[in-house]
Ligand binder design. Structure first.
Ligand SMILES: CC(C)(COP(=O)(O)OP(=O)(O)OC[C@H]1O[C@@H](n2cnc3c(N)ncnc32)[C@H](O)[C@@H]1OP(=O)(O)O)[C@@H](O)C(=O)NCCC(=O)NCCS
Length: 150
């Protein structure tokens, strides 16, 4: 069977919940899908669509990391792909597209807190680990990863 093409588009904050909820906040109230600064004018929400179905999301927030001097910096959060669509390159597409968009905005530094299960994904995408494992309750252990864009 022929694979359907994936297309990417900016979406609004609430639309991200369709993927955030089953993948990142499973079994918890939908309200737990609302992240701080989701509605800030600088925040970007990106969706990956297969036909009309939203299958992947990520969000990017203008926010420096306290350990780094880079002020032109964004944090990536809420990276998620629907289970049946994982490991098909959609996460990689979303990440490379947001990197391009942020470069266009003269952003030079991206950082994120990765769940342990997602560490190989960010390593594959050439992100570098910073510091030791730490806990984000109630989600669990995370590592900080970063990438300099220029
Ligand atoms: C992590 C996640 C976003 C990755 O998206 P995806 O569409 O499945 O990833 P891709 O298919 O684009 O993978 C890109 C590369 O990373 C690798 N990769 C992805 N997930 C991996 C994993 N769990 N273990 C090892 N490698 C992995 C892929 O093999 C691929 O490498 P390749 O191109 O050399 O084959 C997705 O699996 C997901 O939603 N997981 C659950 C939620 C989550 O943990 N989100 C991250 C929160 S920090």
């Amino acid at each position: 069977m022929m694979k359907s093409p994936i297309y990417l588009s900016l979406i609004d904050a609430e639309e991200t919940h369709k993927v955030r909820h089953p993948i990142l906040r499973k079994g918890r109230p939908v309200a737990s899908c609302v992240f701080e600064n989701d509605l800030d004018p600088d925040t970007l929400h990106l969706g990956a669509f297969e036909k009309d179905l939203l299958v992947g999301v990520l969000s990017a927030y203008r926010r420096p990391h306290p350990d780094f001097a880079h002020q032109n910096s964004y944090q990536i959060r809420g990276v998620a792909v629907l289970e049946d669509h994982q490991k098909k390159g959609i996460g990689r597409l979303l990440m490379s597209s947001i990197e391009e968009k942020l470069l266009e905005k003269s952003i030079d530094f991206i950082w994120l807190n990765a769940r342990i299960a997602a560490v190989p994904f960010y390593q594959q995408l050439q992100y570098t680990v910073h510091g030791d494992v730490f806990d984000i309750p109630p989600i669990g252990p995370h590592f900080c990863y970063f990438k300099c864009l220029r």
